[in-house]
Every structure is written in C-alpha cells, then in structure tokens.
Design a protein around this ligand. Sequence first.
Ligand SMILES: [Zn+2]
Ligand SMILES: [Zn+2]
Length: 136
Amino acid sequence: MAGKIKNCPMCGKLFNDTGHKVCMDCYDKILEKEHEVVEYVRDHRGAKIPEICEATGAPSGMIKKMIREGRFEQIGIKMTYPCEKCGAPIITGKICQSCEEAARAELQKQAAMQTAARQMSKTDQNRGQGFRSKDR
Ligand SMILES: [Zn+2]
Ligand SMILES: [Zn+2]
C-alpha cells in the first residue's frame, strides 16, 4: 500500500510516509542519533537520561522509547527512566506498577461513581433534569 504524502514533523519537507512518520533524511538522522545514544550509554554506564540528552542532543522521549524497546539491554546495560508520577525507575509504560494500580483503582472508583450518577439521573428524570450524555 502506498504511504501518505505529508509534511515531515522534523524538517517540514513533504514526503511519502511509509510508516516511519518522518522523511527518510530525518529517519537516517534518528538512526544516527540512536546509535550515538547507545554509544554514549555504553561508554558512560549509569548515565541518567538528562545527562544523555545533554551529551547527545537526543530528546528524552527518544531515549525512553529506546529503553522500552530494550535497546540498552541488547548491549548488556539495564536502563530505566523515572515514573511520571512518583519517579520510581521503570522500563515500560509511563508510570510504575504501583502508580498504575493506583490509577486503575481510581478509574474503577470513577466508573462506579458514574454508574451511581447515571442511576441517580434516572430517578431524576421525572424532573426533566437528568444527565444527558453527548457521546458520539
Ligand atoms: Zn524530515
Ligand atoms: Zn510510580
């Protein structure tokens, strides 16, 4: 299937998106940068993400993505990045397991509250002021 023509988010050039989301020139640059990051981490074991960003100029998002992809494990280095909520070291997702469980419990609580609210609104309907959902 042919890709879509769009503007490269990195350089603004029009390109044919075949799934890399950036043009081939920028994709090459990303690969080069990733290589640089791997080299840096190999030479500086225990380097933290901000250090790596500063030394290589790579965005932290790229480094996190590489951690998730196991790129550093491939070279025998265990890399982690901090949980967005509590700062615990994680290697996957955005938040650590305990924050994820807390978030899930919170979601369940909200869902339960919504169900309760919906039931309340049913009993409210004879007053004509029930919650109306605009879900589409
Ligand atoms: Zn580009
Ligand atoms: Zn956490």
